[in-house]
Ligand binder design. Structure first.
Ligand code: PBG
Length: 320
């Protein structure tokens, strides 16, 4: 191997044009998904703008703006008017996400509409499934998740993304979608979703923090990588079309491991806490938001993600 002074790696770093020519990882708007929160009323979020929520009516203008900026896809989260023990708002044909889907389907054709399939925003106790005592009952939960997924697709969802971490939910959803005639609708599985402190701002925005206990009985232990691969393997066997890792930045090694082991598209969720950390630091004058965000997203791509769900998608459309 040739060494200094024959080799000088700084040669290709000397101008922006040269750096761009040899760049190994390119971030593009076409691989980003923007989260959208829909609730009974519009409530902007001043410090974390992407975590604001929209009424169904106001959502249309936001979606039109996203489409005109070139954001290709959104993932919808619903905050219902009322919650109950079962989370029945999740599969209500007249529920907030179902109404949003019908409206967006008609008014912004072409925008890819993904839905988050989970119960935590709909249950009075804030857990991701139905309870038996203080435990989340796995097998009862996957039935209602399947029902929820079907109701989303009936209302116009292009893809469903289960985020609950119950065992067997991908197979249950695949079966229910196929029985309903939706065999062409893909499942983007939150396959390796860790029990994480980084969901804090989301839970505040979506009013979905658990009323007691935590989610460690169903979401993954952040210490584990082999278990993430087992989760992915099972989801592939159950019919998942895309494997998602979440959160993204603390788990770049997991994204890489999933990329190397599987040939499915890999997605990563750059979650609310990752966004909020940069926002807070930028507000204090400690970091440049644009640079920190683009560096984060590029690192997530470099780790192996094909698709990135990010609260910065709308900003990236303006930045790039
Ligand atoms: C629903 C869900 C959560 C997130 C996405 N889907 C919250 C949770 O599991 O507590 C978090 C997203 C984020 O923090 O940006 N289960």
């Amino acid at each position: 191997m040739s060494t200094f002074p024959l080799t000088r790696l700084r040669r290709l770093r000397s101008t922006g044009a040269l750096r761009s020519l040899v760049r190994e990882t390119r971030l593009g708007l076409d691989s980003l998904v923007y989260p959208l929160f829909v609730g009974p009323t519009t409530q902007p979020n001043e410090s974390l703008p992407a975590l604001g929520r929209f009424s169904v009516d106001d959502l249309v203008a936001e979606a039109e703006e996203l489409r005109s900026l070139g954001v290709p896809a959104v993932i919808l989260f619903g905050i219902p008017d009322e919650k109950d023990e079962q989370g029945s708002g999740a599969w209500d044909d007249d529920g907030v996400v179902q109404r949003a889907l019908r409206t967006l389907r008609a008014s912004v054709p072409g925008l890819v509409l993904v839905t988050d399939v989970c119960l935590c925003e709909y249950t009075s106790h804030g857990h991701c499934g139905v309870l038996e005592g203080e435990e989340v009952a796995n097998d009862a939960t996957i039935e209602v998740l399947a029902r929820t997924a079907v109701s989303h697709v009936e209302a116009g969802a292009d893809a469903v993304a289960p985020s609950d971490m119950m065992d067997g939910r991908v197979a249950a959803i695949r079966g229910a979608l196929d029985d309903a005639g939706f065999d062409a609708t893909p499942i983007l599985s939150y396959a390796a979703k860790y029990a994480s402190a980084f969901y804090g701002p989301f839970r505040e925005a979506a009013e979905s923090a658990p009323a007691f206990g935590d989610r460690r009985g169903y979401q993954m232990d952040p210490a584990n990588v082999r278990e993430a691969l087992r989760e992915c393997e099972l989801d592939v066997a159950e019919g998942a079309d895309v494997l998602m890792v979440k959160p993204a930045m603390p788990n770049l090694d997991i994204i890489r491991a999933v990329r190397e082991r599987f040939d499915l598209p890999v997605a990563a969720y750059n979650v609310s806490g990752e966004y909020a950390m940069v926002k807070a630091a930028a507000a204090s004058g400690w970091m440049d938001e644009r640079q920190a965000a683009l560096e984060s997203l590029t690192a997530i791509k470099r780790a192996g993600a094909d698709v990135i769900v990010t609260y910065w998608a709308k900003d990236v459309a303006r930045w790039l």
